[in-house]
Design a protein around this ligand. Structure first.
Ligand SMILES: Cc1ncc(COP(=O)(O)O)c(C=O)c1O
Length: 437
């Protein structure tokens, strides 16, 4: 990449095939009935995960809905991480569950095993753990807790395709695992996901429910392709450096909310509803399965690059005590979809980085445990609140250059070298610590 400006904070893992195969689907593929590509992809996924079953679904969140519904009885509690997308909570509710939020650990952003153990009651129907940012969520330990209480464990591995804990792929440690193939993930097929399991009883229920789904998938996929194309074009190296970044930087530094709000990433949310909305009742299509088979070849190579970048960040940033870094793991239990760090004066650091010509994002999830939308299930989760306030994503995607990683480290070092005394910083922070990316 030419280096007269920064690389973008995020690039999709899409490629020319992603567009060509969508075009083929649009121009005729969607009228074909042959679903053998789905079977081939599901077989490849079963082999990769070593599970008896794998079924592709229209979206990962739909897979979570189906997994919860297959597992619990209506009205039972589902213990889960509050630091996730709001729609995951919606899916638990649509499936008949009552969410019980178990706080996360700040340095991993993942659900705390001790909290899970504390919150289990005779009315617990399932534990839903989330492997966030490509980090395994202490799944073996939580599975032991679940087994003692005789409660099934579901794994939300939306962000963790390719992650393993103690050598076992995440998603296969509990009773059911769900992955996402949405366009921002590391194995994108525009939309989609897969549920994997060895539990024939649960998978039979999931397959039975899926059989009735007939909502057309095209509008949802087309919407993603449109957004993806805008993202891919705006982040093309030369265009990004000459046009996109100057606009982003100007609007960030001058607080132009009408631009900032357009570029800020927002998780997709359901419209308010009492049960699963019709738009989710779609099938995963054969063209996505063919694309998935191709994308699978890149996953391990990309993970290797991200781990190398994570090592650079870790070594370069560990001396700054005020930063909370993720654990450094070289055994595949962290694959660093980003290098997520926490910092109490996030807005100040991001401002400095933009001034120095960097493009860096704040975390974009919220703490759902105190969201007004889920007020009925409110629980005080201070660590999740801290993650919402302080999370910064340092880029690790494979086409990001090593030089850019090093430059981020240097700029963060300059920030701490020039930082005013903590007392003054605290005063500044109260008025400025509102994340704007
Ligand atoms: C942790 C987590 N769970 C679930 C999902 C839902 O994935 P999908 O968009 O494929 O439904 C996401 C998507 O961002 C996610 O990050």
């Amino acid at each position: 990449m030419l280096n007269f400006g920064p690389n973008p904070k995020n690039r999709l893992y899409t490629n020319l095939n992603s567009y060509l195969m969508f075009l083929g689907y649009l121009l005729g593929g969607r009228f074909r009935q042959d679903r053998s590509a789905n079977e081939t992809f599901e077989r490849a996924l079963r082999e990769r995960f070593g599970t008896d079953e794998a079924v592709c679904v229209y979206q990962c969140r739909l897979g979570i809905y189906l997994a919860v519904k297959a597992t619990i009885s209506p009205g039972q509690e589902v213990i889960l991480s509050p630091y996730t997308i709001g729609d995951v909570i919606n899916m638990v509710i649509f499936a008949g569950g009552r969410p019980v939020f178990a706080d996360v650990e700040a340095h991993t952003c993942n659900i705390a095993a001790a909290e899970v153990e504390r919150l289990i009651t005779p009315n617990t129907g399932a534990i839903l753990i989330t492997h966030l940012h490509g980090l395994a969520a202490d799944a073996h330990r939580i599975k032991e807790i679940c087994d003692r209480a005789n409660v099934p464990m579901i794994e939300d591995a939306a962000q963790s395709f390719g992650v393993a804990e103690h050598g076992k792929p995440v998603g296969t440690i509990g009773d059911l695992g769900v992955f996402s193939f949405e366009m921002h993930k590391n194995m994108p097929t525009w939309l989609g996901g897969v549920v994997v399991s060895n539990r024939a009883d649960l998978m039979a229920k999931i397959r039975a429910e899926l059989r009735d789904f007939s909502h057309p998938p095209l509008p949802g996929i087309a919407q993603k392709v449109k957004k993806g194309a805008i993202h891919d074009i705006a982040s093309l190296p030369v265009l990004f450096q000459l046009l996109t970044y100057p606009i982003l930087r100007f609007s960030y530094l001058n607080d132009l909310e009408f631009i900032n709000k357009r570029v800020r990433r927002k998780p997709q949310e359901s419209q308010p509803a009492a049960s699963l909305p019709e738009v989710y009742k779609s099938q995963y299509t054969p063209f996505q399965a063919r694309l998935g088979l191709l994308q699978m070849h890149n996953v391990d190579r990309d993970i290797q690059t991200r781990i190398e970048y994570a090592q650079l960040y870790y070594e370069g940033l560990k001396e700054f005590d005020e930063l909370i870094l993720p654990p450094l793991r070289l055994d595949r239990s962290h694959t660093y979809l980003w290098f997520p760090i926490l910092y109490a004066h996030r807005a100040e650091l991001l401002q400095f980085m933009f001034e120095q010509g960097r493009d860096i994002a704040a975390g974009h999830f919220t703490n759902t445990a105190d969201s007004p939308q889920f007020g009925e299930f409110y629980r005080d989760c201070p660590n999740s609140q801290q993650v919402e306030r302080e999370l910064i994503y340092l880029p690790t995607y494979p086409s990001y250059s090593r030089h850019e990683v090093e430059r981020n480290i240097v700029v963060i070092g300059q920030y701490f070298a020039t930082k005013v005394t903590p007392t003054t910083a605290n005063i500044t922070q109260t008025s400025t610590d509102v994340a704007r990316v």
